[in-house]
Design a protein around this ligand. Structure first.
Ligand code: ATP
Length: 301
């Protein structure tokens, strides 16, 4: 089995016990482990190996800071399961990662290298991120990018856009949400024409996730939509990460899926099932399905 290396922050999401109330009104919070790159790692680790160690993910690349604390993210859940974040990072340990703390051998062994954009917000973590990407690319890994826009963490919208786009041309695979498509293009139309403005010939696959409507996919030779499954969403946190984790787990040992529309559509349907299930429970990591739960939903349609 090929190795997937995921780069970026881990944190604790504080998820409200009640939906449809503001952060101030929330009566209590549940601690849920999270952080997008970790969610993705566990999404595929869970599926392939069963339970960071408990979830079957090799944590050899993790660095611990002696002084700084782990980031916290308080999540507000709207009645429809969509969420907003409030972060506590001052600075948190993930922001302090230095290039010389990277586990270079581990990164070189990656068949897929996955990352977001939160690690581009401040130094020295940004430099560590750029170096890790370079090492992975040099070693022949497929580079997978999910910007995971978190506007409140950036000094300005312009800076967010600039930094997110600064590494656009390096990726082989990019997944954006409908919200990120609008943010990055400045155009609210969630259609092919708009999505294609994010296309680069350096890409093998561009994905736009559409929440309950599933996802759109774009490659050099074909494009289309794969619908999702009907579920009762309570908290969408981690749905996108679950979706990406499932996709990466399927393509890590067979990159040729990206060139075969029929097989890619099957994989995206499975990824939609994983995303859909993740919305039915609170938190990110606690809500990730295992392979058999995802297959059960997958076979329903
Ligand atoms: P996040 O940042 O919360 O991890 P995202 O905004 O990147 O998520 P979404 O578009 O919300 O990603 O969800 C990813 C995938 O999960 C979708 O493409 C879809 O397949 C599935 N999904 C999400 N929400 C629902 C829902 N309400 N019903 C069914 N499927 C859903």
């Amino acid at each position: 089995k090929g190795m997937i290396v995921s780069f970026g922050e881990m944190l604790i999401d504080f998820v409200p016990t009640e939906s449809g109330v503001s952060l101030a009104e929330a009566p209590g919070f549940l601690k849920a482990p999270g952080g997008a790159p970790a969610n993705v790692a566990i999404a595929f680790g869970h599926m392939l190996a069963g339970i960071l160690k408990q979830y079957g993910v090799n944590g050899d690349g993790i660095s611990f800071d002696q002084g700084a604390r782990t980031a916290l993210a308080f999540v507000t859940l709207r009645a429809d399961g969509e969420r907003e974040f409030m972060f506590y990072r001052n600075p948190s340990a993930d922001m302090l990662l230095k290039p010389d703390e990277l586990n270079i051998e581990l990164i070189k062994s990656a068949k897929v290298f996955h990352y977001g954009s939160i690690s581009l917000i401040v130094e020295p973590c940004r430099l560590a991120h750029l170096k890790a990407m370079e090492v992975a690319k040099e070693a022949g890994a497929l580079l997978s990018y999910d910007p995971n826009l978190r506007e409140p963490l950036w000094p300005s919208r312009e800076e967010a856009k600039k930094q997110i786009m600064s590494i656009w041309d390096k990726a082989d695979l990019i997944k954006v949400s409908d919200v990120e498509l609008e943010f990055l293009t400045g155009n609210p139309n969630i259609d092919d024409a708009n999505a294609m403005t994010l296309w680069r010939d350096s890409l093998k696959l561009l994905l736009v996730t559409l929440g309950e409507k599933g996802c759109r996919y774009y490659t050099k030779n074909f494009r289309g939509v794969v619908e999702s499954f009907e579920v009762k969403a309570v908290d969408t946190t981690g749905a996108g990460d679950s979706f990406v984790g499932a996709l990466l787990a399927k393509i890590v040992d067979d990159h040729s899926i990206l060139e075969d529309e029929k097989r890619l559509r099957e994989v995206l349907k499975f990824a939609n099932a994983c995303g859909a299930i993740t919305t039915t429970k609170k938190g990110a990591i606690p809500a990730l399905p295992n392979e058999s739960e995802a297959l059960t939903l997958f076979k329903e349609k």
